[in-house]
Design a protein around this ligand. Structure first.
Ligand code: P6P
Length: 333
């Protein structure tokens, strides 16, 4: 039976926007343009083993990490898809130290885009799934063009957030505050098609915890005790080492993903603005939680563009339990 009832991402976004009578269409266009960028990035990621896009550039990013060729490519794809549209006042990217201004020759708009163009890129050459993460806020600065204050907004003010996972299929998952919806790219028609409507974390959650246990010797006592208790209760462990992949599994199956603080990384490793906060918006919209181990990620007031945060995200009850154990460590980390 031919399926004629295909809901594309474009149609879904338009239907979502109908909830806001005052919407100007700029927001819709930002998501349209991001979907286009995701298709272009996915095309290169999926042939990374064939053309010379694997491997490292001779550059190091703001965090001292070697920039992979595909990192750089993905960043440029997003930039070029977004900078001339007149929908954004500025952008921020993991690959750029400062706020990215819209070139003077282009008009500006009412939204801010912050993104990690290709998270987990160190996994590219071993064919492990990687992803793009994005967060969208409204402009709050008074000037004609954006400013740092437009980026340093608390996560609860996001208007939309999402990620693309380039895996066995290319999936785009997003929320604009009315639930979480997943779309799978159908290469035969070049469209993201609704495949996971109204995603909610399963309850009871999958008995899975996801953390890099190699760092256990540097954890606080509470973190160690929490993981030990989960093992006692028969939980299994899954850790891909690619945030988008570990998050996507947790979103669909339940459980908890953790990147805890430790003696070497007291603020963890992951970034607040373009990794933790957008994924936290999704986790909460899916009925879960995302915490620093002390407070909701969505309530953290940012002070720096690339600030890090510890991250505990997934099924509400498990994140609540993690916070109880982490309370024991606060004094010593
Ligand atoms: P670790 C990948 O490099 C990344 O930024 C995230 O995608 C992932 O969750 C994390 O780092 C893995 O870090 O310290 O466990 O290797």
């Amino acid at each position: 039976m031919l399926d004629t009832h295909i809901v594309t991402l474009s149609r879904h976004i338009v239907e979502q926007e109908r909830r806001f009578p005052e919407a100007t269409g700029q927001f819709t266009n930002v998501l349209f343009d991001l979907a286009l960028a995701a298709k272009v990035i996915g095309r290169e990621v999926n042939k990374a083993g064939i053309v010379d896009v694997i491997g490292r550039t001779d550059q190091v990013n703001v965090h001292g990490e070697t920039v992979q060729k595909l990192d750089e490519y993905a960043d440029l794809v997003v930039l070029n898809a977004m900078d001339h549209t007149g929908n954004l006042c500025c952008m921020a990217s993991e690959e750029h130290e400062d706020v990215i201004a819209i070139p003077e020759r282009f008009p500006t708009g009412e939204y801010v885009l912050m993104y990690d163009p290709l998270d987990g890129s160190s996994n590219i050459d071993v064919n492990v799934s990687i992803g793009t993460i994005f967060s969208i806020h409204r402009k709050v600065s008074k000037g004609p063009r954006g400013a740092l204050e437009d980026c340093l907004q608390v996560g609860r003010r996001q208007v939309a957030a999402g990620y693309v996972v380039y895996g066995s299929s290319t999936m785009l998952v997003y929320t604009s505050g009315a639930g979480v919806h997943g779309f799978t790219l159908d290469p035969s028609i070049g469209e993201f098609v609704l495949s996971h409507p109204d995603v909610t974390l399963p309850d009871p959650p999958n008995r899975v915890y996801s953390v890099n246990e190699a760092y256990a010797p540097r954890w606080g006592e509470g973190q160690r005790a929490f993981v030990a208790e989960l093992k006692e209760e028969g939980y299994t462990q899954r850790y891909i080492g690619s945030l988008v992949s570990d998050f996507h599994r947790t979103l669909l199956r339940g459980g908890i993903f953790m990147y805890p603080p430790d003696l070497r990384q007291p603020q963890g490793k992951l970034r607040l603005l373009y990794e933790a906060a957008p994924l936290a918006f999704i986790a909460e919209q899916a009925g879960g939680r995302a915490s620093t181990g002390e407070i909701d990620i969505m309530d953290v007031v940012p002070t720096e563009l690339h600030q890090r945060t510890p991250l505990f995200m997934g099924s509400k009850g498990m994140v609540d339990r993690a916070e109880e154990f982490l309370a024991r460590d606060r004094a010593i980390l």
